[in-house]
Design a protein around this ligand. Structure first.
Ligand code: AMP
Length: 427
């Protein structure tokens, strides 16, 4: 299906084809007509499958068809979880509206940078705002932005926006919006518990879920290497050198680890830099820009970079520390293999994290071989078929089942300590 099959203005079609969008992706095929027909939408499709254009194009069409009322009130609001994603989505809006005779006024609002220029921009009026919730609320508190005329609301990375971390801010934003509006929710993941929250925001929505079949699933080779924790940095260095990898995203569990591992790699001649929420916004923007420009071979990051970021030619993602949940795993590895490209996702596993990796595999419906790299053979061995211990972390969101409880009780009565009772999931 080509974009000309949609009821989109010629200038929007020109921008889409000019961006190399010749054939609409499955999520675009399903969602664009529905959004144009004013339906609420819950769109679930793989990482890197073109969800942004699936909502930006019909939103621009709606804005074109309903000229501004001459006040400065926002008409379309896109909420995203990170500042980088706000910039990226705003850039898509700019790109796809570039041929319109009168492109809608777009303002991106996110924290970590001075609020004053954003206030000034809002004074000129905004048809479409792309924002992180915190900064948006700061501006609303200062009466710098009015949301009572929003006709279109988009939650990108909707399951993240609806989880506990954003719940309070999101509730405050929703209270500022008119109840009658078109609402569009998108994500690559939608845990069942979150979907009921999502449904509560939607009115008779079209639910589109693109199946994970061979045609739609991103082309990401997933591999797992068994290695002792203390040898991971050295192994990473060797892999980067042996394969001459450029543009590698390495996920670690903490900001501190991002700093130290990037520094260790750099000290050994690898162009590596950290990226995490403890850096200034200037440093964050610069690190990503320089990764995009090819100035860094490696960016060592926390889950800050796990959601939504679209970096072209990013062939390798490494889980140096495993993610906390299978949902985070999906988003992390989805930074590669985007827009039809292929990618490699490597996870380091040790005796300590073996059980957690198995849970991720179970949730993902896959089993990966544990590979061993010569010279890095693990000395610590995982207990075979070790069951996760209830109440000790394990996969996020997993409650101990009845069976888990019975097992724990049996272990308690036998007076034994379960194998990883002192662990709280992966580091
Ligand atoms: P997204 O999932 O929205 O982050 O998009 C992932 C990548 O796919 C981005 O680089 C988009 O520019 C690109 N893209 C989106 N739609 C299409 C399409 N129809 N054809 C080719 N590339 C696309």
């Amino acid at each position: 299906m080509s974009f000309s099959d949609f009821a989109l203005a010629p200038d929007l079609l020109r921008a889409a084809t000019g961006s190399g969008y010749l054939v609409a992706t499955p999520i675009q095929q399903a969602v664009i007509p529905a959004v144009l027909a004013a339906s609420d939408v819950l769109g679930i499709a793989q990482t890197g499958s073109g969800k942004t254009a699936a909502f930006v194009l019909p939103l621009l069409q709606h804005l074109l068809q309903s000229p501004p009322r001459g006040d400065r009130r926002v008409r379309a609001l896109v909420l995203v979880p990170t500042r980088e994603l706000a910039s990226q989505v705003a850039e898509s809006v700019r790109t796809l509206s570039r041929f319109l005779a009168a492109p809608p006024q777009l303002v991106a609002l996110f924290g970590g940078v001075s609020i004053n220029p954003q206030m000034m921009r809002l004074r000129g009026g905004a048809d479409i705002v792309v924002a992180t919730p915190g900064r948006l609320l700061d501006l609303a508190d200062k009466n710098a932005v009015a949301l009572d005329a929003v006709q279109w609301l988009v939650l990108d990375e909707a399951d993240r926006m609806l989880d506990a971390g954003f719940a309070e801010e999101l509730a405050r934003v929703l209270a500022l919006l008119p109840p009658r509006r078109q609402t569009l929710l998108f994500s690559a993941t939608m845990p069942a518990a979150v979907e009921s929250l999502a449904q509560a925001l939607l009115l008779e929505p079209l639910r589109v879920q693109i199946a994970d079949d061979a045609h739609n699933v991103p082309d990401i080779v997933q591999r797992c290497i068994a290695v002792d924790p203390a040898r991971r940095t050295q192994l990473l260095r060797q892999l980067i050198k042996d394969h001459a990898w450029k543009r590698v995203l390495v996920f670690v569990a903490t900001q501190h680890a991002a700093e130290t591992i990037a520094a260790k790699l750099y000290a050994h001649g690898v162009y590596a830099t950290p990226f995490h929420g403890g850096l200034s916004q200037g440093a964050r923007t610069q690190a990503l820009q320089e990764l995009r420009n090819g100035q860094w071979d490696v960016v060592v990051t926390t889950d800050l970079a796990a959601r939504g970021l679209d970096i072209a030619q990013l062939p390798v993602v490494v889980n140096y520390d495993l993610p906390r949940s299978a949902v985070d795993y999906v988003h992390r590895i989805g930074r590669t293999g985007r827009a039809g490209a292929s990618g490699l996702a490597l996870s380091f596993v040790s005796a300590d994290t073996e059980a957690h990796m198995r849970l991720i595999e179970k949730r993902q419906g896959m089993v990966l071989a544990r590979e061993v790299v010569a010279g890095f053979e693990p000395t610590q061995v995982a207990v075979p078929d070790r069951a996760p211990v209830p109440g000790t972390g394990g996969i996020k969101g997993k409650r101990p089942s009845k069976k888990d409880k019975l097992r724990a009780e049996a272990a308690r009565q036998a007076g034994s300590t379960p194998p990883d009772a002192d662990k709280r999931g992966p580091r």
